[in-house]
Design a protein around this ligand. Structure first.
Ligand SMILES: Cc1ncc(COP(=O)(O)O)c(C=O)c1O
Length: 400
């Protein structure tokens, strides 16, 4: 049996490979350079072009580009009217921003447990936690697989709640044949470099609701408007504008927008390659008793942003930490998505305690995010498979 590098064996590769990496080509660089040579670096034509493109792609009526996915979530909560005294239900298996957006508005995040097979928020848990104070649900499309939107939407609409889909991972995915972004009350996107499509930083909110759209525009720019219909005082001159609400500066630059547009031109290519890599991993790891595959729901045609290796610890002599370190020694540099949000000291101080979501907590003990990005070569993919297989075999429990 081959010895893992962590025990003195030869690593599967000499150079390190990371869990995510952006892909930037000459067209992307050219698109940004053109903006730099133009008149507008911000609030210019590239923002409109990106918003139109996102609408065309997803079928959403309105899109509002903004500075990042966190800003998008905050804007969506503000537009939904989330405020002090409200509760917002979300999943703990997510990046902190999915819950922080409720805190920004003075509301309390409530954590629903996950479906242990898909790792997404469990609609049943959302239903049980819904109460008088619940204002919105932030459903994350974890790894790019769509949350169970049919059930979540019907529950939200029955109880007058706003369904905000945190689609930071979801671009390129369809749910029941419709693009994610055209289904929930509002869907937020992130264009962070490890995401399928990047702008360096960047985000957007998609919606079909005109009222939300107008609020999103207002809150994105300080609550300031030049729209005479929204003004309260007499217009003083052609320079005149008014601040009619308290908003933020969450604008995206035209350089970012140009980069995202150029990246979106490659979305189908990116998506195809990510699907190929996921299939290669699933085919290989499906044969390993030491690994449990993430279940795909048939409704979601998924472009995976993350590949989660879930360890079947009952079949291994080591835990997740040792497995993770052993992969690192093979030069396969992984990550863990995610530490349950309420484990963080900030949340502890707000009164959240371990034990809230047992399935999410168990998942956290067993997961490793493997490299998954467009530019991975077939050799890279094979190296990851080889390393996982080697470590799983070496540390497999002896079957009687
Ligand atoms: C699920 C999820 N929500 C929100 C965000 C926040 O996006 P951004 O980093 O663009 O602010 C991220 C980004 O990492 C994320 O993964």
């Amino acid at each position: 049996m081959e010895k893992p590098a962590i025990c003195g064996g030869k690593p599967v590769r000499e150079t390190k490979i990371y869990y995510g990496h952006q892909y930037i080509d000459d067209a992307d660089i050219q698109a940004v350079v053109e903006v730099l040579k133009s008149d507008y670096l911000t609030c210019g034509p590239k923002i409109d072009e990106l918003e139109e493109k996102l609408c065309q792609l997803t079928g959403a009526k309105y899109a509002v580009a903004c500075s990042n996915g966190t800003a998008a979530l905050h804007l969506a909560c503000m537009a939904a009217g989330v405020q002090k005294g409200d509760e917002v239900i979300t999943t703990p298996i997510t990046f902190a921003a999915s819950a922080n957006c409720a805190l920004y508005c003075g509301a309390r995040p409530v954590f629903a447990d996950i479906n242990e097979e898909t790792f997404n928020i469990n609609p049943e848990s959302v239903e049980m936690l819904t109460g008088e104070k619940t204002k919105a649900v932030v459903a994350v499309d974890f790894t790019g697989q769509s949350a169970e939107l049919d059930r979540l939407l019907s529950h939200c609409h029955k109880h007058g709640l706003v369904l905000i889909e945190d689609g930071a991972h979801v671009i390129g995915t369809r749910y029941n044949g419709k693009w994610n972004g055209s289904i929930s009350d509002m869907t937020t996107l992130s264009f962070h470099p490890v995401k399928t499509v990047t702008g360096g930083e960047g985000g957007a909110v998609l919606t079909d609701n005109k009222e939300y759209y107008q609020k999103l525009l207002l809150y994105r720019t300080h609550g300031i408007t030049r729209d005479p219909e929204l003004m309260e005082h007499e217009i003083d001159g052609s320079w005149y504008y008014e601040q009619v609400a308290l908003g933020m500066n969450y604008r995206m630059t035209d350089m970012q927008a140009a980069l995202v547009i150029s990246q979106l031109n490659k979305l189908f290519t990116f998506s195809k390659r990510r699907k190929e890599i996921v299939k290669a991993y699933d085919d290989a790891f499906g044969k390993l008793p030491q690994v449990i595959l993430q279940k795909e729901i048939p409704e979601s045609d998924t472009t995976r942003h993350l590949y989660i290796l879930r360890l079947n610890l009952s079949k291994l002599k080591i835990g997740r930490k040792q497995f993770f370190e052993a992969l690192g020694a093979e030069n396969i540099c992984c990550n863990v998505h995610y530490i349950p949000v309420y484990y963080f000291p900030y949340y502890e101080k707000l009164g959240y305690k371990k034990g809230l979501c047992p399935k999410a907590e168990k998942l956290y003990e067993e997961i490793i995010s493997l490299p998954l990005y467009y530019a991975m070569t077939d050799q890279d993919v094979q190296d990851v498979i080889k390393a996982v297989t080697k470590i799983a075999a070496y540390y497999a429990v002896d079957e009687p």
